[in-house]
Write a protein that binds this ligand. Structure first.
Ligand SMILES: Cc1cc2nc3c(=O)[nH]c(=O)nc-3n(C[C@H](O)[C@H](O)[C@H](O)COP(=O)(O)OP(=O)(O)OC[C@H]3O[C@@H](n4cnc5c(N)ncnc54)[C@H](O)[C@@H]3O)c2cc1C
Ligand code: SF4
Length: 504
């Protein structure tokens, strides 16, 4: 570290976001362009270079955080980029999208605000691209072995890049028309503009990875035939089976799953539509679900010009401080204000809820709608009835209508999470895959499915998780495949299939 007293003299500073009034009228990232660079060197210098850096354990990739903080504080961006890319294939994704469990584990965070690790990461990644350090790294020689990766989300992409660089000939099969998984169709562009993804895909193509889009494995091509054509398969199909809300009125028109709604908004940005087939424009919207997917819906709804929007969270309002059972260095459940919540607060978007549009301790009991119309077997949703919940998330009202509250709703978005990969019978049946007790694809300690040469990486095997875990899984699964194909491997394996985030 250039200044050993940096953590004493420099306060934590975050880059400025653009004014809400400006940013809700476009789909660009919310931060002021160029706002990070002037502050980031001093922020990196806040790192104490502690003897035992717990941030390493907080990050599933084992990112070498103190090393690159030190290099940034010394203005050595090239070496910082090398150190960062040694453990992370896609730091410009995690630097924008990761909830940064590393910062919760930062030693400075015991009694001061943590080092802005995630911002240092994205600054290094962006600088690497601008300065030409992020060049394609094709293998020096080919192994003659072939691998098919099924699914092009962060897990599939990380596995494909590692295996290509190790000399194997890799093709990624993706059922969507574009590559990227949830990075492309799910995560809104105000969180990550898609040119960051396209730039990495350019690098991967230049290294030799092939992409086959619009091919559903198990439906468009037979998975067993694919297995026969390649020396190994990596299944990275994500965990897209969404949770339902089985309450009266669910069948009404105007109630959609978040993942039916968000990809359409992404497609407008890709130029597929002028106006999305499902839009919040002029509507009273209720988002059911208090997680990050719900927050992504919130930011999207605001940009589409909703008349109002309220987000329901079944959990109670979290506190501002760590609870006793979530001590440092774990990632605690505390009150967090995303950019979308900040926007909702400033725009006073909900007439019904707290300032940031969220209603906590609330659960939906039924939807109400108008009468079925011509050609419409069901009416359209007009209202949502909710009751308060206790600490366990159970409804506290008697169930006879007393204690119910009514919210106006002509668009409802369900963001209730996912329960594993879609039980696509083609893929599962053709490969003989089995599910574990949690409903994810069963695998052994080497990411193998028990079927010869077939491996699983990312949310498909772990359940719904985070991008940083997906990249870490892709890297580890690649190491397992390389060992299977070559007898040994020099590829890193940052996580095992059973590893989980730190808990007390
Ligand atoms: C709306 C939303 C927002 C999120 N935001 C964040 C965030 O900000 N930060 C964060 O860390 N995490 C976030 N997550 C979680 C994160 O996106 C996932 O954990 C991560 O994308 C999982 O990566 P994956 O590669 O395993 O799967 P996915 O990204 O889901 O990719 C799986 C791919 O497989 C393809 N596929 C499926 N079946 C087949 C088949 N049979 N043949 C061919 N292709 C197939 C799919 O089309 C898809 O492209 C978010 C999740 C959602 C739903
Ligand atoms: S990937 Fe996430 S956990 Fe790891 S260093 Fe970056 S922000 Fe922190």
């Amino acid at each position: 570290m250039a200044d050993p007293k940096g953590f004493l003299t420099t306060p934590r500073r975050l880059p400025p976001r653009r004014p809400v009034e400006e940013r809700v009228h476009d789909w660009d990232e919310v931060y002021v362009p160029g706002g990070l660079l002037p502050i980031i060197t001093a922020q990196a210098d806040r790192c104490m270079d502690c003897g035992i850096p717990f941030c390493h354990d907080g990050c599933p990739l084992g990112n070498l955080i103190p090393d690159w903080n030190d290099l940034v504080s010394r203005d050595d961006w090239r070496r910082a980029s090398e150190r960062l890319h040694a453990t992370n294939n896609f730091p410009e994704f995690t630097g924008r999208l990761c909830p940064a469990p590393c910062e919760s584990a930062c030693v400075l965070a015991i009694n001061q605000p943590a080092v802005t690790i995630k911002n240092v990461e994205v600054a290094i990644a962006d600088r690497a691209w601008e300065s030409g350090y992020a060049v394609p790294k094709p293998p020096e020689r080919l192994s003659g072995r072939t691998v098919a990766v099924i699914g092009s989300g962060p897990a599939g992409l990380a596995a494909a890049q590692q295996l290509t660089r190790a000399g194997h000939t890799v093709a990624v099969y993706e059922r969507d028309d574009r590559v990227g998984g949830l990075l492309r169709y799910g995560i809104p562009s105000f969180k990550m503009e898609k040119h960051h993804l396209d730039r990495r895909l350019w690098q991967m193509r230049a290294e030799g990875t092939k992409f086959r889009t619009g091919v559903g494995v198990g439906t468009d091509v037979d998975a067993a035939e694919l297995r026969a054509r390649y020396d190994a398969l990596v299944i990275a199909v994500g965990a897209r089976a969404w949770r339902e809300l089985p309450v009266p009125g669910r069948e009404l028109a105007g109630i959609h799953q978040a993942m039916e709604y968000l990809p359409l908004a992404n497609r407008v940005q890709e130029g597929d539509y002028d106006r999305p087939p499902i839009t919040a424009e002029g509507k009273h919207v209720v988002i059911v679900g208090g997680g990050d997917t719900g927050a992504d819906c919130l930011g999207t709804v605001l940009r589409q010009g909703a008349a109002s929007v309220t987000q329901l969270d079944i959990h109670p309002l979290p506190g501002d401080e760590r609870a006793e059972d979530e001590p440092w260095p774990t990632y605690p459940k505390i009150y967090r204000m995303s950019a979308a919540h900040e926007e909702a607060r400033e725009l006073a978007a909900s007439p019904e809820a707290d300032a940031d549009a969220r209603l906590f301790s609330a659960t939906t009991v039924r939807f109400e709608g108008d009468a079925p119309g011509q050609g419409r077997p069901h009416g359209r949703v007009r209202a949502l009835r909710l009751v308060g919940t206790g600490p366990e998330g159970r409804a506290e009202a008697p169930g006879d209508g007393r204690g119910e509250r009514v919210l106006r709703a002509d668009l409802v978005l369900l963001a209730l999470g996912f329960h594993g990969p879609e039980r696509d019978r083609g893929l599962f049946g053709q490969l003989g895959l089995e599910l574990d007790a949690r409903g994810n694809i069963a695998r052994d300690a080497s990411f193998g499915t028990g079927r010869e040469g077939i491996f699983v990486a990312g949310d498909a095997g772990r359940g719904q998780s985070l991008i940083v875990w997906a990249i870490a899984e892709g890297r580890s699964a690649a190491a397992a495949v390389d060992r299977y194909l070559a007898g040994d491997t020099a590829l890193p394996a940052p996580v095992g299939p059973a590893d989980r985030p730190m808990t007390a």
